[in-house]
Design a protein around this ligand. Structure first.
Ligand code: KIV
Ligand code: ZN
Length: 532
């Protein structure tokens, strides 16, 4: 195991400097001194029970290796009794001889325990339901029957030298006196850890704190918790349990698991670190492990997923970017590198000059201060249409604006509309304002909307202009990439000289119009220069 309860000196000290949480945590948690909490990962068992997920043996092995590498204490590798394939996967993981303990799930029956043992695991997690709801509608057993079934299973597993963790399934809806009776019976039978599942995700943090503090009174072995997220409280409930004395937490990477999932490994690990100073796993591996699991399971990470979502360290608004660039603590709870992530300055409709300047500096593009507002406006205009401007596109926009420099347009486009559709001849109407302030409006058709638009511009500005060349390219390969249009025009009234114009934008027709207007203005500037 590479990193575990890292209360050790400097490394942790410097990591503590990477986190900027509220001082009220310390005040509120001063009586909850916790020194060690184990991470029991069930991504390969409860996580695989997520609807739509089915991992191959190879993928399971890769996930187990990644979890081991990050320092997870126990890996629940599967539920061997369910199939031969499941047994093969658990066996393959057990054979890796990882530092993490490898565990198999088993109901409280000899058959299930034998199936787990046949995979070579030395740790089992055995369970039986204890709530009256489950006893009545599922097991159709009495409390006494359930208790003796649990005792028999624990003793059987212990007699085979296995480490045993026992769970009262649906513990959070079980009668408290009976739950305590079960804990006492389980530990007397030899269970080394007793887990408290919130099977249906129905408890609240305050109630979990109460429940665990009651169970601690009768339970001599470490208490673990297994929280489901049906009310979105799995992580909060797990941390509440730790405050009350739980010393192990069941988690799934990315919060996978039955229905709304289980407590997310990455969130629990960061909660333990932030609020109790415990580095239960190597935090710097979190980003990588979460991405790997997302890829292998085919379950995308929501953009706003805490800790590892695309937006977890993305800043767009000018105020936030300005703050973060001055000092990350202004708008970040912790430094992204702490969890193997990176900060991202996103250029969008809330971006200001600071964000654009910072991005340009990163890309080593030197845009003069006088042109920065033009560039910022272009970025915002594009963002208004829902477009996020990436690095390649920003470079192209900056190039484009710098090539144009401070030059003012001689002919200005005032209005533009294009009408097209199936079975309709594309027709464009443009209104331009000429140098003397007069307005010209023309409507023209074309073989496509771009052709119609360029014809209308020619008609409104100058019929002696012809389109000599037209090139269209996407700046990046993406389907929402900005496009770049280059046009070459020739003006027979100016000796047939060629002028080049470029446009960059998200709409091909509008960008073609921009490129054409650019070329026309270049032509007119050239004519003026020639005259002087
Ligand atoms: O949610 C649950 O109760 C479980 C048990 C197997 C512990 O996953
Ligand atoms: Zn579960």
């Amino acid at each position: 195991m590479k990193t575990t309860q890292a209360s050790s000196g400097n490394a942790l000290g410097s990591k503590r400097d990477m986190i900027y949480i509220s001082q009220f945590n310390q005040l509120a948690l001063r009586d909850a001194a916790v020194s060690e909490v184990k991470i029991f990962d069930t991504t390969l068992r409860d996580g695989e029970q997520t609807p739509g997920i089915a991992l191959s043996l190879r993928d399971k092995v890769r996930i187990a290796e990644a979890l081991d590498e990050m320092g997870v204490h126990v890996i629940e590798a599967g539920f061997p009794t369910i199939s031969e394939g499941e047994q093969q996967a658990v066996r393959s993981i057990a054979e890796l001889k990882l530092d993490s303990r490898i565990c198999g799930l088993a109901r409280s029956t000899r058959k299930d325990i034998d199936a787990a043992m046949s995979c070579g695991v030395d740790y089992i997690h055995t369970f039986i339901a204890t709530s009256d709801i489950h006893l009545k509608y599922k097991l159709k057993m009495s409390r006494e029957e359930v208790k003796s079934r649990a005792i028999e299973a624990i003793e059987y597993a212990r007699s085979h030298g296995l480490t045993v963790e026992f769970s009262c399934e649906d513990a959070t809806r079980t009668d408290l006196d009976f739950l305590k009776e079960m804990h006492i019976a389980a530990q007397d039978a030899g269970a080394q850890t007793i887990n408290v599942p919130d099977t249906v995700g129905v408890i609240s943090p305050a109630a979990m704190e109460y429940l665990v503090s009651e169970l601690v009174k009768v339970t001599k072995v470490p208490i673990s918790v297994h929280c489901h997220n049906d009310f979105g409280l799995a992580v909060a409930n797990s941390l509440a349990a730790v405050r009350a004395g739980a010393r192990q937490v069941h988690v799934c990477v990315n919060g996978l698991g039955e229905r709304s999932g289980n407590a997310a490994l990455e969130e629990v690990a960061m909660g333990l670190f932030a609020y109790h100073g415990i580095e239960a796993v190597d935090l710097s591996q979190i980003g990588q492990v979460c991405r790997t699991v997302s890829r292998l399971t085919g379950y995308p990470l929501p953009n706003n997923k805490p800790i590892v979502g695309k937006n977890a360290f993305a800043h767009e608004s000018g105020i936030h970017v300005h703050g973060v660039l001055g000092n990350a603590s202004t708008y970040e709870a912790f430094v992204p590198e702490l969890v193997g992530m990176h900060r991202q300055i996103v250029l969008g409709k809330h971006s200001g000059a600071h964000s654009v300047r910072d991005k340009l500096d990163q890309l080593k593009i030197d845009v003069p201060e006088s042109l920065l507002p033009v560039l910022v406006n272009r970025v915002k205009e594009l963002a208004e249409t829902g477009k996020e401007v990436d690095d390649a596109e920003l470079m192209a926009l900056a190039d484009h604006i710098m090539a144009r420099g401070d030059r003012q347009d001689i002919v200005k486009l005032k209005e533009f509309a294009v009408f097209t559709g199936k079975g309709i001849t594309p027709t464009a109407t443009v209104t331009v304002e000429m140098e003397d302030g007069s307005s010209n409006t023309r409507s023209m058709t074309g073989i496509g909307p771009v052709d119609a638009a360029i014809n209308a511009i020619r008609g409104a500005v100058n019929e002696s202009i012809i389109l000599d060349e037209y090139r269209l390219s996407a700046i990046t390969g993406g389907s929402d990439s900005l496009c770049e249009v280059t046009v070459v025009i020739k003006d027979s009234s100016n000796g047939g000289k060629a002028s080049v114009g470029k446009g960059i934008g998200s709409d091909i027709v509008q960008t073609s119009v921009e490129a054409t207007m650019n070329a026309i203005n270049r032509n007119y500037h050239r004519i003026k220069e020639d005259r002087n």
